[in-house]
Design a protein around this ligand. Structure first.
Ligand code: NAD
Length: 339
């Protein structure tokens, strides 16, 4: 069976995922594309032999669409995901699931009412080989009970549209999701403090930021978000347990010795760092749709949790570093909880 995918939003990541579904993943074909920019939709659709649709509602309703991929702007995600659930079609939604906790809960309630999981949220780090190795080490018990996690998320530079709240909402949100999964634990509070600011930033931006999270089991997480670090795109994660520690491997890069120097390259962007993770993410999503099974990746509940926790971090930043409790509803049994 070939899964026929309809794509809502043919911008930067939408086009990258269309290429992935066309050239990398077997068993999938993009048959439908829509975008607010009709000319862009027509051009991208034509490039892969798909049909351009005037609206997302038309695309979701099409008999040529088995599953929906949402890669439009964040504030529009909930509307498209709710449309796919109403049509009973599996839907992959790039992060965020929605930009407000209320909209995330609307999706959660619609999916629960439908009665089985249809939604997967695009947190791709869970599909990265290094994070998966870390998860195996933690699950094996070899480093004992995890106590502390040290993380860094660094980008070389950001443009002037990047503002201080985006450090939590767009950047740290990836650590928030992957650490909940890695530790199999919930984040219950957030605190954000700002050290001396780099001079190499736009004046409106607080950069770097240091974020502290605490989990329900008492694990403490510290995360440096530094989006103008100049030298490269660098993701670090080290979990310290009672009997040892496990560290995320750096991406493979040749070691060069010349002219009295020993060096290896640092990647410059997230696309290269997580290319394999994105490929695996889509292979596994298409495999679940093909099998008629529920998706195994991040759920609508995970999307809700990530939004609530990043909102708590933004509130802390805006209140000069107060510790802010993540105001999360109890997790329903439908999503593996007890409520
Ligand atoms: P973009 O601006 O390049 O593309 C978005 C496209 O969606 C545009 O072509 C726009 O016209 C279209 N669009 C917006 N609203 C629409 C609507 N209601 N109906 C149809 N089309 C609509 O943005 P992008 O960088 O591709 O990001 C898209 C989403 O992907 C964002 O939510 C972003 O956070 C997410 N993203 C995730 C990752 C990741 O690491 N997982 C990386 C990049 C982007």
């Amino acid at each position: 069976m070939t899964v026929r995918v309809g794509v809502i939003g043919a911008g930067m990541i939408g086009q990258d995922h269309i290429r992935r579904l066309t050239d990398v993943v077997t068993g999938a074909r993009v048959t439908a594309v829509t975008d607010l920019d009709a000319a862009r939709a027509a051009e991208v659709a034509a490039s892969v032999g798909a049909t351009a649709y005037p609206t997302s509602a038309d695309l979701i309703a099409s008999p040529d669409v088995d599953a929906v991929l949402v890669t439009s702007w964040g504030p529009t995600h909930a509307e498209h995901v709710l449309g796919a659930i109403a049509a009973g079609k599996p839907v992959f939604c790039e992060k965020p699931l929605a930009t407000t906790a209320e909209d995330c809960l609307r999706v959660v309630e619609a999916e629960r009412a439908y009665g089985r999981r249809l939604v997967q949220v695009g947190f791709m780090r869970r599909f990265d080989a290094g994070y998966r190795q870390m998860k195996q080490v933690l699950a094996s018990g070899s480093i004992g009970t995890p106590l502390i996690v040290h993380c860094a998320h660094r980008n070389p530079t950001v443009g002037d549209t990047y503002h201080s709240a985006m450090a939590a909402q767009d950047t740290a949100v990836h650590e928030i999701d992957v650490l909940r999964w890695l530790l199999d634990d919930e984040i219950v509070s957030a605190q954000v403090i700002t050290p001396r600011a780099t001079s190499k930033r736009f004046a409106h931006l607080k950069d770097p930021q240091i974020m502290y999270f605490e989990t329900a089991n008492g694990v403490r997480i510290d995360l440096e978000v530094f989006v103008n670090c100049q030298y490269g795109y660098d993701i670090q994660c080290e979990t310290v347990g009672e009997d040892g520690l496990v560290r995320l491997p750096d991406p493979a890069a040749a070691h060069v010795r010349t002219a009295g120097q020993h060096s290896s390259a640092v990647l410059q962007d997230w696309k290269a760092r997580f290319a394999d993770a994105f490929d695996t993410e889509f292979r596994e999503w298409i495999a679940s749709v093909t099998a008629g099974a529920e998706p195994t990746g991040p759920s609508a509940w995970d999307g809700y949790a990530a939004t609530v926790i990043s909102d708590a971090a933004v509130r802390s930043l805006e209140s000069d570093g107060t510790v802010v409790t993540a105001d999360m509803k109890p997790r329903p049994t439908f999503y593996g909880g007890t409520a």
